[in-house]
Design a protein around this ligand. Structure first.
Ligand code: GCW
Length: 665
């Protein structure tokens, strides 16, 4: 039923007495805790509800030490938000640094119980790798979600906060269970009404929303409009203008008076037609530092996005390169930002494509705090109609070696703040939820939200281990169900890549809404993002000698590989090089044959996913079974459309036949 989908990874299914309950019985009897705190109260609620539903018993909540049950204590000497779990014969000792640690420790135990694991020999310490683990909502106050594929916003409707906040509460719970500790609640494109989120008109609503998230250890941020002063009668938004500075200082004071633990501002400036410091001939450090000064007295952060590029590149201009833009804009400013400014960098230099290299800003910025930005919303990856598990893609980003401080300088260590000893560090992602009953449209898109949280808590977890947790919590512990779903999930990113845009070139989607194939959509649009396919070849020359020089933004070990046609990895070949269709890949195939083969294969793989799901018909409730099946069938339809559009396009451009004589229109 719909409730099962709504509960996502917190199902708390009733457990079998003989098989499991017996083995954990002593631990369920009581829970003891001495500290009083909202977050710890929520942890206790969760423990009580979870045990009641799984084992039909409520633990006694006591304030004194116990010999049987769950004993919770704090130890301030541990690292922030961390916890330890240790079991003796009849007791689990949960020792946490702070209230967040308690909450995460309790969710950890509940996860083990859901998965029917033994609690008998627990002895572990969990420390989150990333200090900031954030979600960005792209919700607009008219009720729409930019790039939202799961229904309307559940924060706003008709320029008001939705009064019933139950869904926000449930969302906070799900996020906390996945380890998230920060959220921004409005779209980075801040329109007229949203500009008022920092004013009296909405501030009490923001506070009430913040209070909900705070109970789950989550700090609230707002996206702001850089031109806000002008909406309020000041003549400019120039960061060096005294009136503008005074405006922001007054705003910060007003906000912190109402919300003392407010997180700060998220800013998209000078990007895709949004206002920013460039308008006044100021640079981004001047722009960000002005806001940072206003927030500084209260410990607030300015999170400043690096998604700044020329979105009207002329096709005749082969030197301008969107891939270069973030690095070109921000590297010269490294070290010029105040300590409470954090740059937010998308994982790739373009825009959340199915395959991109890692942004070369990561590993280059040495003196500036920064967050890495992922997109959980599947804007370019099938818009939550296609089943695509994103953790394998993200893990590749995190395990990329930047060579910044020599071999072994991985992205995961840099963004966690370890390499350059940053004062603020972590990972952010664009949310994929909406008011659909199952949160994410595609039920399997829940896995991306869950997986994101788990992965940034501990980047050493494998994509497989994370998926396995989710499958068990979502569907139960039937080995056949687990095995079948894992077979669907694990290759799904590669499958999507197979039937869509090949070899790292990206795009090839319909303009503006970004769904479905349109090979020349952006190629001939004024918002140019090019692949430069002609009858001779395809790809973007980003080499140092003959191209845009983008390869030179990487440290030399990577630059050499990407710049060299003979060494560049196949999957990124067309991102870095323009080659003839007959160019031979490392795989031994020509580019054109690779395109044909992967596109035929991708469709077959989607068929296999459908067969797999069909085999679970009896094992899964009809609501979930049907909603996933409908999407899989649509995915197959779209995969065929992609296959035929891409194959036909390149067949007609190149005039080269498929070696296997398959149907190409
Ligand atoms: O990918 C693009 C999206 C825009 C988005 C922008 C951004 C919020 O198509 O919808 O705007 O990125 O990240 O700012």
């Amino acid at each position: 039923d719909q409730l099962t989908s709504y509960r996502a990874w917190l199902q708390y299914r009733e457990k079998d007495q003989e098989k499991y309950t017996k083995t954990v019985a002593p631990y369920l009897k009581a829970v003891s805790v001495t500290v009083d705190n909202d977050i710890i109260e929520r942890a206790l609620d969760e423990w009580t509800v979870g045990l009641n539903e799984m084992f039909k018993q409520r633990p006694a909540v006591v304030r004194e030490t116990i010999s049987e049950g769950l004993a919770i204590t704090l130890d301030p000497s541990l690292p922030n938000e961390s916890y330890q779990l240790k079991t003796t014969e009849k007791r689990i000792q949960l020792t946490a640094k702070d209230a967040n640690g308690v909450l995460y420790g309790v969710f950890h135990l509940l996860r083990l119980l859901q998965m029917e694991e033994s609690l008998q020999h627990l002895s572990m310490t969990e420390v989150p790798k990333n200090p900031v683990r954030m979600i960005n909502q792209w919700d607009d106050m008219n009720g729409e979600v930019e790039r939202g594929y799961a229904g309307e916003s559940f924060f706003y409707k008709d320029y008001q906060f939705i009064k019933d906040r139950q869904r926000i509460y449930d969302y906070a719970r799900l996020l906390a269970a996945a380890g998230i500790n920060a959220i921004s609640i409005n779209n980075v494109n801040v329109h007229e009404n949203e500009t008022d989120l920092i004013f009296d008109r909405y501030l009490m609503d923001v506070k009430q929303t913040s209070d909900i998230f705070n109970q789950f250890g989550i700090t609230l941020f707002l996206s702001i409009n850089y031109a806000a002063p002008m909406e309020k009668g000041i003549a400019s938004a120039d960061p060096l203008d005294k009136d503008v500075q005074a405006f922001w200082k007054a705003r910060a004071q007003a906000i912190y008076q109402v919300i003392p633990n407010f997180g700060g501002f998220l800013v998209k400036a000078d990007s895709e037609n949004r206002p920013g410091p460039f308008t006044y001939g100021r640079n981004h450090a001047e722009g960000a530092n002005m806001l940072a000064e206003a927030l500084e007295p209260y410990g607030g952060l300015v999170i400043w996005r690096c998604f700044v590029y020329n979105c009207k590149q002329d096709w005749r201009d082969r030197q301008t390169d969107r891939a270069r833009a973030a690095y070109d804009h921000f590297m010269p400013l490294d070290g010029a930002f105040k300590e409470n400014v954090v740059l937010q960098i998308k994982n790739g230099p373009m825009d959340f494509q199915v395959r991109e290299p890692v942004s070369p800003l990561i590993g280059s910025l040495e003196n500036t705090n920064h967050f890495l930005e992922f997109q959980i919303a599947q804007e370019y990856l099938g818009q939550q109609k296609h089943l695509v598990y994103l953790v394998p893609q993200w893990k590749e980003v995190l395990s990329f070696d930047t060579y910044s401080k020599g071999m072994g300088t991985y992205v995961k260590d840099i963004v966690a703040g370890e390499v350059f000893k940053n004062g603020h560090a972590g990972i952010v992602a664009v949310s994929n939820v909406g008011s659909d009953y199952n949160w994410t449209g595609h039920l399997f898109a829940q896995l991306n939200l869950y997986g994101y949280g788990r992965m940034i808590w501990n980047p050493e977890l494998t994509a497989e281990a994370i998926a396995l947790e989710w499958v068990k919590q979502t569907f139960g512990n039937d080995p056949f169900v687990i095995k079948t779903i894992m077979q669907m999930v694990m290759p799904s990113w590669e499958i999507y890549e197979n039937y869509t845009s090949p070899l790292g070139i990206g795009w090839m989607v319909n303009i503006s809404h970004h769904y479905g194939p349109n090979i020349d959509g952006y190629e001939y649009d004024k918002w140019g993002t090019y692949h430069f396919a002609d009858r001779n070849g395809v790809g973007v020359d980003r080499t140092i000698e003959t191209g845009t020089g983008f390869t030179g933004q990487f440290h030399k070990e990577n630059a050499r590989v990407y710049n060299d046609l003979t060494r560049c990895p196949d999957e990124l070949l067309l991102f870095f090089h323009h080659v003839p269709y007959t160019h031979q890949l490392h795989s031994g195939k020509t580019v054109i044959q690779h395109i044909y083969d992967t596109h035929f294969r991708g469709v077959e793989q989607v068929k296999a996913m459908i067969d797999a799901w069909q085999s679970l018909k009896e094992a899964i409730d009809p609501t979930r079974y049907t909603s996933v099946m409908e999407r899989l069938e649509h995915q197959l339809y779209m995969a065929k459309e992609w296959r035929d559009t891409v194959n036909t396009y390149f067949y007609r451009k190149s005039g080269i036949n498929d070696l296997h004589g398959r149907t190409i229109y």
